[in-house]
Design a protein around this ligand. Structure first.
Ligand SMILES: NC(=O)c1ccc[n+]([C@@H]2O[C@H](COP(=O)([O-])OP(=O)(O)OC[C@H]3O[C@@H](n4cnc5c(N)ncnc54)[C@H](OP(=O)(O)O)[C@@H]3O)[C@@H](O)[C@H]2O)c1
Length: 373
Protein backbone atom coordinates (compact mmCIF):
# COMPACT_ATOMS: atom_id res chain seq x y z
CA UNK A 1 0.00 0.00 0.00
CA UNK A 2 1.05 3.61 -0.34
CA UNK A 3 2.91 5.19 2.52
CA UNK A 4 1.21 8.17 4.16
CA UNK A 5 4.50 10.08 3.93
CA UNK A 6 4.44 9.54 0.17
CA UNK A 7 0.88 10.86 -0.04
CA UNK A 8 1.81 13.86 2.10
CA UNK A 9 4.86 14.55 -0.11
CA UNK A 10 2.55 14.83 -3.12
CA UNK A 11 0.30 17.46 -1.52
CA UNK A 12 0.53 21.17 -2.29
CA UNK A 13 2.72 23.04 0.29
CA UNK A 14 -0.39 24.67 1.79
CA UNK A 15 -2.32 21.41 2.17
CA UNK A 16 0.80 19.66 3.51
CA UNK A 17 1.29 22.28 6.24
CA UNK A 18 -2.36 22.07 7.20
CA UNK A 19 -2.16 18.30 7.35
CA UNK A 20 0.99 18.13 9.44
CA UNK A 21 -0.21 20.81 11.86
CA UNK A 22 -3.42 18.87 12.41
CA UNK A 23 -1.64 15.56 12.82
CA UNK A 24 0.55 17.06 15.54
CA UNK A 25 -2.21 18.79 17.46
CA UNK A 26 -5.21 16.54 17.05
CA UNK A 27 -4.84 14.43 20.16
CA UNK A 28 -3.81 17.39 22.30
CA UNK A 29 -5.61 20.60 23.22
CA UNK A 30 -8.27 20.69 20.47
CA UNK A 31 -9.49 17.22 21.25
CA UNK A 32 -9.84 18.04 24.94
CA UNK A 33 -11.75 21.31 24.29
CA UNK A 34 -14.39 19.62 22.14
CA UNK A 35 -14.72 16.62 24.42
CA UNK A 36 -15.86 18.82 27.32
CA UNK A 37 -18.82 20.19 25.32
CA UNK A 38 -20.41 16.90 24.33
CA UNK A 39 -22.31 14.36 26.37
CA UNK A 40 -21.04 11.06 24.95
CA UNK A 41 -23.70 9.08 26.78
CA UNK A 42 -26.44 10.39 24.50
CA UNK A 43 -26.90 10.82 20.72
CA UNK A 44 -23.86 12.31 18.99
CA UNK A 45 -21.93 12.06 15.78
CA UNK A 46 -18.66 13.52 14.53
CA UNK A 47 -18.75 16.21 11.83
CA UNK A 48 -16.06 17.94 9.81
CA UNK A 49 -15.95 21.69 10.40
CA UNK A 50 -13.88 22.48 7.30
CA UNK A 51 -11.79 20.86 4.56
CA UNK A 52 -8.76 20.94 6.83
CA UNK A 53 -7.44 17.45 7.72
CA UNK A 54 -8.61 16.13 11.10
CA UNK A 55 -10.93 19.13 11.64
CA UNK A 56 -13.85 17.03 12.92
CA UNK A 57 -15.69 17.37 16.20
CA UNK A 58 -18.42 15.54 18.09
CA UNK A 59 -21.88 17.16 17.98
CA UNK A 60 -25.08 16.34 19.80
CA UNK A 61 -27.81 15.28 17.34
CA UNK A 62 -31.52 14.38 17.24
CA UNK A 63 -32.31 11.03 15.63
CA UNK A 64 -35.62 10.55 13.81
CA UNK A 65 -37.48 7.25 13.77
CA UNK A 66 -36.29 4.82 11.09
CA UNK A 67 -37.95 5.03 7.67
CA UNK A 68 -39.61 1.96 6.07
CA UNK A 69 -37.01 -0.73 5.39
CA UNK A 70 -34.56 0.80 7.88
CA UNK A 71 -33.30 -0.24 11.31
CA UNK A 72 -32.26 2.09 14.14
CA UNK A 73 -29.13 0.91 15.94
CA UNK A 74 -27.49 2.19 19.08
CA UNK A 75 -23.79 1.53 18.55
CA UNK A 76 -21.78 -0.18 21.26
CA UNK A 77 -18.58 -0.27 19.25
CA UNK A 78 -17.23 0.54 15.82
CA UNK A 79 -13.87 -0.30 14.32
CA UNK A 80 -11.54 1.89 12.30
CA UNK A 81 -10.34 1.09 8.81
CA UNK A 82 -7.50 2.57 6.77
CA UNK A 83 -10.25 4.28 4.74
CA UNK A 84 -11.06 6.36 7.85
CA UNK A 85 -7.46 7.62 8.03
CA UNK A 86 -7.71 8.73 4.40
CA UNK A 87 -11.06 10.47 4.99
CA UNK A 88 -9.81 12.14 8.19
CA UNK A 89 -6.79 13.35 6.21
CA UNK A 90 -9.12 14.65 3.45
CA UNK A 91 -7.27 12.42 0.97
CA UNK A 92 -9.94 9.81 0.21
CA UNK A 93 -10.75 9.70 -3.50
CA UNK A 94 -14.49 10.17 -4.15
CA UNK A 95 -16.29 7.26 -5.78
CA UNK A 96 -19.81 7.76 -7.21
CA UNK A 97 -22.45 6.31 -4.90
CA UNK A 98 -20.07 5.69 -1.96
CA UNK A 99 -20.45 8.36 0.76
CA UNK A 100 -17.22 9.58 2.34
CA UNK A 101 -18.33 9.18 5.92
CA UNK A 102 -15.92 7.77 8.50
CA UNK A 103 -17.04 4.69 10.42
CA UNK A 104 -18.43 1.73 8.54
CA UNK A 105 -18.15 -1.29 10.85
CA UNK A 106 -20.59 -1.19 13.78
CA UNK A 107 -21.80 -3.57 16.46
CA UNK A 108 -24.76 -2.54 18.59
CA UNK A 109 -28.34 -3.09 19.66
CA UNK A 110 -31.49 -2.55 17.59
CA UNK A 111 -33.54 0.30 19.12
CA UNK A 112 -36.42 0.54 16.61
CA UNK A 113 -37.37 -0.89 13.25
CA UNK A 114 -39.13 0.82 10.35
CA UNK A 115 -42.19 -0.50 8.54
CA UNK A 116 -41.59 -3.75 6.65
CA UNK A 117 -38.46 -4.81 8.52
CA UNK A 118 -38.63 -8.53 9.22
CA UNK A 119 -35.14 -9.84 9.90
CA UNK A 120 -34.38 -8.07 13.21
CA UNK A 121 -36.37 -6.61 16.13
CA UNK A 122 -35.70 -4.15 18.98
CA UNK A 123 -33.24 -5.57 21.50
CA UNK A 124 -31.39 -7.75 18.97
CA UNK A 125 -27.61 -7.56 19.06
CA UNK A 126 -26.38 -6.87 15.56
CA UNK A 127 -23.47 -6.07 13.28
CA UNK A 128 -23.88 -3.40 10.59
CA UNK A 129 -21.67 -2.60 7.63
CA UNK A 130 -22.66 0.85 6.51
CA UNK A 131 -21.25 4.32 6.06
CA UNK A 132 -23.68 6.70 7.66
CA UNK A 133 -27.20 7.54 8.68
CA UNK A 134 -30.16 7.19 6.32
CA UNK A 135 -32.51 10.16 5.93
CA UNK A 136 -35.14 10.45 3.18
CA UNK A 137 -33.94 7.19 1.65
CA UNK A 138 -30.33 8.38 1.28
CA UNK A 139 -27.17 8.36 3.35
CA UNK A 140 -26.51 11.82 4.83
CA UNK A 141 -22.98 13.11 4.19
CA UNK A 142 -20.77 14.49 6.96
CA UNK A 143 -21.87 12.18 9.76
CA UNK A 144 -19.08 10.07 11.20
CA UNK A 145 -18.78 7.46 13.97
CA UNK A 146 -22.43 7.91 14.95
CA UNK A 147 -23.80 6.70 18.26
CA UNK A 148 -27.42 6.12 17.14
CA UNK A 149 -28.24 5.81 13.46
CA UNK A 150 -30.72 4.47 10.93
CA UNK A 151 -29.48 2.03 8.34
CA UNK A 152 -30.95 -0.11 5.53
CA UNK A 153 -32.10 -3.53 6.78
CA UNK A 154 -29.86 -5.35 4.25
CA UNK A 155 -26.75 -3.89 5.90
CA UNK A 156 -27.60 -5.49 9.26
CA UNK A 157 -26.92 -9.05 10.45
CA UNK A 158 -27.31 -10.66 13.84
CA UNK A 159 -24.16 -10.65 15.95
CA UNK A 160 -22.91 -14.14 16.88
CA UNK A 161 -23.71 -14.54 20.60
CA UNK A 162 -20.20 -15.81 21.38
CA UNK A 163 -18.52 -12.55 20.31
CA UNK A 164 -18.32 -9.25 22.26
CA UNK A 165 -19.45 -5.95 20.68
CA UNK A 166 -15.87 -4.65 20.40
CA UNK A 167 -14.64 -7.86 18.75
CA UNK A 168 -17.70 -8.04 16.46
CA UNK A 169 -17.06 -4.52 15.18
CA UNK A 170 -13.68 -5.76 13.92
CA UNK A 171 -15.21 -8.29 11.54
CA UNK A 172 -17.07 -6.76 8.58
CA UNK A 173 -14.72 -4.82 6.26
CA UNK A 174 -11.45 -6.61 6.89
CA UNK A 175 -12.81 -10.16 7.01
CA UNK A 176 -15.07 -9.61 4.00
CA UNK A 177 -12.12 -8.22 2.01
CA UNK A 178 -9.89 -11.14 2.94
CA UNK A 179 -12.65 -13.76 2.53
CA UNK A 180 -13.91 -12.52 -0.84
CA UNK A 181 -10.34 -12.00 -2.03
CA UNK A 182 -8.84 -15.34 -0.98
CA UNK A 183 -11.85 -17.66 -1.16
CA UNK A 184 -14.35 -16.24 -3.67
CA UNK A 185 -11.96 -14.65 -6.16
CA UNK A 186 -8.67 -16.54 -5.77
CA UNK A 187 -10.25 -19.88 -4.78
CA UNK A 188 -7.26 -20.58 -2.52
CA UNK A 189 -6.82 -24.34 -2.10
CA UNK A 190 -5.27 -26.49 0.65
CA UNK A 191 -1.46 -26.77 0.38
CA UNK A 192 -1.27 -23.83 -2.06
CA UNK A 193 1.22 -21.10 -1.23
CA UNK A 194 -0.15 -17.65 -0.44
CA UNK A 195 1.69 -14.37 0.12
CA UNK A 196 -0.16 -11.83 2.30
CA UNK A 197 1.27 -8.31 2.29
CA UNK A 198 1.11 -6.01 5.34
CA UNK A 199 -0.19 -9.06 7.15
CA UNK A 200 -0.22 -7.57 10.67
CA UNK A 201 -2.95 -5.03 9.81
CA UNK A 202 -6.70 -5.64 9.89
CA UNK A 203 -7.09 -7.19 6.44
CA UNK A 204 -3.75 -8.98 6.78
CA UNK A 205 -4.54 -10.77 10.05
CA UNK A 206 -7.99 -11.73 8.77
CA UNK A 207 -6.34 -13.15 5.64
CA UNK A 208 -3.80 -15.11 7.68
CA UNK A 209 -6.64 -16.71 9.63
CA UNK A 210 -8.63 -17.53 6.49
CA UNK A 211 -5.58 -18.97 4.70
CA UNK A 212 -4.75 -21.09 7.77
CA UNK A 213 -8.36 -22.33 7.88
CA UNK A 214 -8.06 -23.23 4.20
CA UNK A 215 -4.88 -25.23 4.88
CA UNK A 216 -2.63 -23.06 2.70
CA UNK A 217 1.08 -22.45 3.29
CA UNK A 218 1.37 -18.81 4.34
CA UNK A 219 4.11 -16.28 3.57
CA UNK A 220 3.75 -12.71 4.75
CA UNK A 221 5.26 -9.25 4.87
CA UNK A 222 5.11 -6.56 7.56
CA UNK A 223 6.89 -3.28 8.25
CA UNK A 224 8.63 -4.04 11.57
CA UNK A 225 10.53 -6.88 13.20
CA UNK A 226 8.02 -6.94 16.06
CA UNK A 227 5.13 -7.47 13.61
CA UNK A 228 7.05 -10.17 11.74
CA UNK A 229 7.69 -12.05 15.00
CA UNK A 230 3.99 -11.78 15.81
CA UNK A 231 3.09 -13.20 12.39
CA UNK A 232 5.38 -16.21 12.81
CA UNK A 233 3.38 -17.05 15.95
CA UNK A 234 0.18 -16.96 13.86
CA UNK A 235 1.28 -19.88 11.70
CA UNK A 236 3.05 -17.89 8.99
CA UNK A 237 5.88 -19.89 7.38
CA UNK A 238 8.21 -16.94 6.72
CA UNK A 239 7.76 -13.20 7.27
CA UNK A 240 9.61 -10.52 5.28
CA UNK A 241 9.89 -6.74 5.21
CA UNK A 242 6.96 -5.06 3.42
CA UNK A 243 8.80 -1.79 2.80
CA UNK A 244 11.56 -3.00 0.44
CA UNK A 245 11.85 -5.53 -2.44
CA UNK A 246 13.89 -7.85 -0.19
CA UNK A 247 10.87 -10.17 0.21
CA UNK A 248 10.87 -10.81 -3.56
CA UNK A 249 14.61 -11.36 -3.68
CA UNK A 250 14.46 -13.84 -0.78
CA UNK A 251 11.56 -15.83 -2.25
CA UNK A 252 13.01 -15.89 -5.78
CA UNK A 253 16.43 -16.99 -4.61
CA UNK A 254 14.84 -19.78 -2.55
CA UNK A 255 12.74 -20.69 -5.64
CA UNK A 256 9.48 -20.37 -3.71
CA UNK A 257 6.68 -19.38 -6.09
CA UNK A 258 3.22 -18.27 -5.01
CA UNK A 259 -0.20 -19.51 -6.09
CA UNK A 260 -2.05 -16.56 -4.61
CA UNK A 261 -0.98 -13.08 -3.51
CA UNK A 262 -3.16 -10.67 -1.52
CA UNK A 263 -1.58 -7.36 -2.35
CA UNK A 264 -1.61 -4.01 -0.57
CA UNK A 265 1.69 -2.76 -2.00
CA UNK A 266 1.99 -0.32 -4.86
CA UNK A 267 4.41 0.65 -7.64
CA UNK A 268 7.63 -1.35 -7.91
CA UNK A 269 6.79 -3.50 -4.86
CA UNK A 270 3.58 -4.57 -6.59
CA UNK A 271 5.34 -5.52 -9.85
CA UNK A 272 8.03 -7.41 -7.93
CA UNK A 273 5.23 -9.30 -6.19
CA UNK A 274 3.51 -10.26 -9.45
CA UNK A 275 6.77 -11.86 -10.63
CA UNK A 276 6.53 -14.31 -7.72
CA UNK A 277 3.42 -16.00 -9.08
CA UNK A 278 3.59 -19.56 -10.42
CA UNK A 279 1.74 -20.54 -13.61
CA UNK A 280 -2.03 -20.02 -13.10
CA UNK A 281 -1.29 -17.85 -10.06
CA UNK A 282 -3.93 -15.37 -8.86
CA UNK A 283 -3.08 -11.82 -7.83
CA UNK A 284 -5.72 -10.06 -5.73
CA UNK A 285 -4.98 -6.36 -5.56
CA UNK A 286 -6.73 -4.28 -2.87
CA UNK A 287 -4.79 -1.01 -2.78
CA UNK A 288 -6.67 1.73 -4.60
CA UNK A 289 -3.79 4.14 -5.12
CA UNK A 290 -2.36 2.64 -8.32
CA UNK A 291 -5.82 2.09 -9.76
CA UNK A 292 -6.78 5.71 -9.11
CA UNK A 293 -3.45 6.87 -10.56
CA UNK A 294 -3.87 4.59 -13.63
CA UNK A 295 -0.51 2.92 -12.95
CA UNK A 296 0.52 0.81 -15.98
CA UNK A 297 1.62 -2.83 -15.87
CA UNK A 298 3.73 -4.40 -18.66
CA UNK A 299 1.89 -7.26 -20.39
CA UNK A 300 5.02 -9.44 -20.05
CA UNK A 301 4.15 -9.84 -16.36
CA UNK A 302 1.29 -12.09 -17.44
CA UNK A 303 3.49 -14.53 -19.35
CA UNK A 304 2.91 -17.27 -16.75
CA UNK A 305 -0.83 -17.27 -17.39
CA UNK A 306 -1.53 -15.49 -14.16
CA UNK A 307 -4.68 -13.52 -13.38
CA UNK A 308 -4.92 -10.07 -11.81
CA UNK A 309 -8.07 -8.97 -10.04
CA UNK A 310 -8.84 -5.69 -8.28
CA UNK A 311 -11.17 -5.99 -5.31
CA UNK A 312 -12.98 -2.95 -3.90
CA UNK A 313 -15.21 -3.92 -1.00
CA UNK A 314 -16.90 -0.49 -0.96
CA UNK A 315 -18.70 -1.54 -4.16
CA UNK A 316 -20.81 -3.76 -1.89
CA UNK A 317 -22.44 -0.57 -0.58
CA UNK A 318 -24.03 -0.27 -4.03
CA UNK A 319 -25.41 -3.82 -3.81
CA UNK A 320 -26.93 -4.26 -0.31
CA UNK A 321 -28.44 -7.69 -1.09
CA UNK A 322 -25.01 -9.09 -1.99
CA UNK A 323 -23.54 -7.35 1.04
CA UNK A 324 -26.08 -9.10 3.25
CA UNK A 325 -25.51 -12.61 1.87
CA UNK A 326 -21.73 -12.20 1.99
CA UNK A 327 -21.80 -10.96 5.59
CA UNK A 328 -24.27 -13.69 6.69
CA UNK A 329 -22.05 -16.38 5.16
CA UNK A 330 -19.00 -15.01 6.91
CA UNK A 331 -20.75 -14.65 10.29
CA UNK A 332 -21.98 -18.24 10.13
CA UNK A 333 -18.32 -19.30 10.04
CA UNK A 334 -17.68 -17.24 13.19
CA UNK A 335 -20.72 -18.85 14.82
CA UNK A 336 -19.34 -22.28 14.00
CA UNK A 337 -16.04 -21.26 15.61
CA UNK A 338 -14.07 -21.54 12.35
CA UNK A 339 -12.91 -17.92 12.71
CA UNK A 340 -12.26 -15.73 15.74
CA UNK A 341 -12.08 -11.91 15.78
CA UNK A 342 -8.59 -10.48 15.43
CA UNK A 343 -6.48 -8.56 17.98
CA UNK A 344 -7.83 -5.10 18.72
CA UNK A 345 -7.20 -2.03 20.87
CA UNK A 346 -10.18 -0.18 22.35
CA UNK A 347 -10.50 3.64 22.62
CA UNK A 348 -13.45 5.55 24.16
CA UNK A 349 -15.53 7.45 21.57
CA UNK A 350 -14.18 10.75 22.91
CA UNK A 351 -10.68 9.69 21.81
CA UNK A 352 -11.50 9.20 18.12
CA UNK A 353 -8.73 11.54 16.91
CA UNK A 354 -6.20 9.73 19.06
CA UNK A 355 -7.31 6.37 17.61
CA UNK A 356 -7.15 7.58 13.99
CA UNK A 357 -3.73 9.17 14.55
CA UNK A 358 -2.52 5.93 16.07
CA UNK A 359 -3.81 3.95 13.05
CA UNK A 360 -2.17 6.40 10.64
CA UNK A 361 1.27 5.60 12.10
CA UNK A 362 1.00 2.04 10.79
CA UNK A 363 2.83 0.52 13.74
CA UNK A 364 -0.17 -1.27 15.24
CA UNK A 365 -1.10 -4.92 15.09
CA UNK A 366 -4.75 -5.71 14.30
CA UNK A 367 -7.65 -3.27 14.64
CA UNK A 368 -8.56 -0.10 16.57
CA UNK A 369 -12.04 0.03 18.10
CA UNK A 370 -14.17 2.96 19.26
CA UNK A 371 -16.38 2.10 22.22
CA UNK A 372 -19.66 3.95 22.96
CA UNK A 373 -21.17 4.26 26.44
N1 LIG B 1 -9.90 -2.72 -1.77
C1 LIG B 1 -10.60 -2.96 -0.67
O1 LIG B 1 -11.74 -3.34 -0.73
C2 LIG B 1 -9.94 -2.75 0.67
C3 LIG B 1 -10.65 -3.03 1.85
C4 LIG B 1 -10.00 -2.85 3.07
C5 LIG B 1 -8.69 -2.40 3.07
N2 LIG B 1 -8.07 -2.12 1.90
C6 LIG B 1 -6.69 -1.66 1.84
O2 LIG B 1 -5.90 -2.66 2.41
C7 LIG B 1 -4.83 -2.07 3.12
C8 LIG B 1 -4.83 -2.59 4.54
O3 LIG B 1 -6.03 -2.19 5.16
P1 LIG B 1 -6.25 -2.51 6.70
O4 LIG B 1 -7.66 -2.25 7.01
O5 LIG B 1 -5.68 -3.81 7.04
O6 LIG B 1 -5.39 -1.37 7.35
P2 LIG B 1 -4.53 -1.34 8.67
O7 LIG B 1 -5.00 -2.29 9.68
O8 LIG B 1 -4.43 0.09 9.00
O9 LIG B 1 -3.14 -1.88 8.15
C9 LIG B 1 -2.49 -1.18 7.21
C10 LIG B 1 -1.09 -1.72 7.08
O10 LIG B 1 -0.51 -1.00 6.00
C11 LIG B 1 0.83 -0.72 6.24
N3 LIG B 1 1.12 0.69 6.00
C12 LIG B 1 1.94 1.14 5.06
N4 LIG B 1 2.00 2.47 5.06
C13 LIG B 1 1.19 2.87 6.04
C14 LIG B 1 0.83 4.14 6.53
N5 LIG B 1 1.32 5.26 6.03
N6 LIG B 1 -0.04 4.22 7.52
C15 LIG B 1 -0.60 3.11 8.04
N7 LIG B 1 -0.29 1.87 7.62
C16 LIG B 1 0.60 1.75 6.62
C17 LIG B 1 1.10 -1.19 7.62
O11 LIG B 1 1.69 -2.44 7.43
P3 LIG B 1 3.24 -2.69 7.31
O12 LIG B 1 3.96 -1.43 7.56
O13 LIG B 1 3.45 -3.70 8.37
O14 LIG B 1 3.41 -3.22 5.93
C18 LIG B 1 -0.25 -1.43 8.26
O15 LIG B 1 -0.25 -2.53 9.12
C19 LIG B 1 -5.03 -0.57 2.99
O16 LIG B 1 -4.28 -0.15 1.86
C20 LIG B 1 -6.48 -0.41 2.68
O17 LIG B 1 -6.76 0.75 1.97
C21 LIG B 1 -8.68 -2.30 0.71
Amino acid sequence: MSDLSEIIANLSPEKRNQFLARLRSNSQTEGKQTVRKVDFSTNFEYRFQSDTPFDFRPCQVEVQDPEPGCVQIRAKASSLNFRDVMIASRLYPASPGVPTNMGSDYAGVVEKVGEGVTTVKPGDEVIALHVGHVENGEVRENCHFIQTFNVFEECVCRKPANISFAAAACIPTVFLTAYIGLIKLADLKPTEKVLIHSAAGGVGLSAVQIARWRGAEIYATAGTEEKRKFLLKQGVQQAFDSRSPSFAEALLSADIGMDVILNTLSGELMTESIKLLRPFGRFIHIDKKDVNANFMLPMSLFINGISFQFLDISLLFKNPALLNTSLQELLSLFERGDFVPIEHTVFPAADLKKAITSLSRGTHVGKMVIQYS
